[in-house]
Unconditional design. Sequence first.
Length: 93
Amino acid sequence: MPTRIAVDGSGNVYVADYGNHRVQVFTNSGAYVTQWGSFGNGPGQFSGNIGIAVDGSGYVYVADTNNQRIQKFGPLPTPTTATSWGQLKRMYQ
């Protein structure tokens, strides 16, 4: 099963919310921080976001399965789509 939860260096918890096509972020004590995403195939949109990871610099990687790509988002406080890899990348380069 893919990882649907990731934790950054500050302890923030990232949840790949598959059913609602979004990523939600909470503090390590459970307080809501932010969310992004919607259904679709454009930048910042998901169709089957089943995996998530955060690197040491705070960049967030989301496995967007049905769109056959990985999307990379910038670190908090305002994650924006930095790039993507996969079949649909050419649509918005």
